[in-house]
Design a binder for this molecule. Structure first.
Ligand SMILES: O=C(O)CCC(=O)C(=O)O
Length: 288
């Protein structure tokens, strides 16, 4: 294994997140941004009213191109073309997801995030582990994770299409929190204790990888340029977050590995023994 891969794996395990820069070329970033511009209306200047008048609040404004998870089944932003589909199995993401999820995993849900200057923060949360809503851990008490509960089975790749970081806002995380056995203290959840929260530097063209067990959320956006990220959320093949799915777009010819990543949930090895098997053959797209 080369030293770069070794380092990335160490940092991802240690921090529960990792930013890898320059995974997209400036041409790819420009192409993705142009396609988004062509598909969705600009953020309305009265976004505050829209957020106040909708039960989904800011989520209605922040998110675009959703599929799976809390949203209906469908291809989401994958219908916007090959550039979006290519990211399903980007090599920089596949290496870390394989490290976290093994050889059989799937794309569980997708959505885009966009923010305009002045947009507020989104609450810190974890989808798994002591702070997850359904684990019922008691605040201030050590929480031994029961073996039947998923913990490290979900991982996210957020491709950054504009610059974000501590100066602008965007994705925020509590480094190392995926290993915590304590529920998030109320003071941290209420943003009264922010020293342990990081808003990683993530320039356009980078990807931010994080475990869904890492406590994460959105930091208020203060930059004059728009925030844009595309989130691809993966999980071990035998898991699922909800009853809805990301489905293949009709007009894009997906490669074999990309199709495998859209398979239904099932025990690892049920539909194929590895999404990495016969790599060359998979790239040619000749074999299911
Ligand atoms: O990208 C962000 O700002 C946060 C995304 C988020 O909260 C989530 O993935 O649950």
């Amino acid at each position: 294994m080369d030293e770069h891969t070794e380092m990335n794996r160490y940092l991802y395990d240690l921090q529960g997140y990792l930013v890898i820069e320059n995974v997209l070329t400036s041409t790819e970033v420009a192409g993705l941004n142009a396609a988004i511009d062509a598909q969705i209306d600009p953020i309305p200047t009265d976004w505050r009213d829209t957020a106040n008048n909708n039960k989904l609040g800011m989520y209605k404004i922040y998110r675009f191109g959703m599929a799976g998870g809390s949203y209906p089944s469908g291809p989401g932003f994958l219908v916007w073309g090959e550039l979006f589909c290519r990211l399903i199995d980007h090599p920089a993401v596949m290496d870390i997801m394989r490290f976290q999820l093994g050889d059989c995993f799937r794309l569980d849900r997708i959505f885009g995030m966009r923010m305009a200057k002045g947009m507020p923060s989104g609450m810190l949360h974890s989808d798994y582990g002591a702070s997850a809503p359904f684990t019922h851990a008691e605040r201030g008490r050590y929480f031994p994770q029961p073996v039947h509960q998923a913990l490290h089975g979900f991982g996210v790749a957020a491709f950054n299409l504009t610059d974000s970081g501590p100066e602008t806002g965007g994705l925020r995380v509590i480094p190392g929190s995926h290993h915590s056995h304590f529920k998030l203290p109320k003071k941290v959840r209420r943003d009264e204790h922010t020293d342990i929260v990081a808003c990683p530097e993530a320039p356009a063209g980078s990807v931010t990888l994080f475990s869904e067990a890492t406590t994460h959320g959105t930091a208020a956006w203060t930059a004059s340029h728009e925030r844009r990220s595309l989130l691809y959320k993966y999980c071990a093949s035998n898991l699922t977050w909800s009853r809805t799915r990301v489905t293949a777009p009709e007009d894009v010819d997906l490669r074999t590995r990309q199709r495998r990543l859209l398979e239904e949930p099932a025990g690892g090895g049920w539909f194929f023994s590895s999404i990495f098997e016969a790599d060359e053959e998979l790239q040619q797209g000749s074999k299911k």
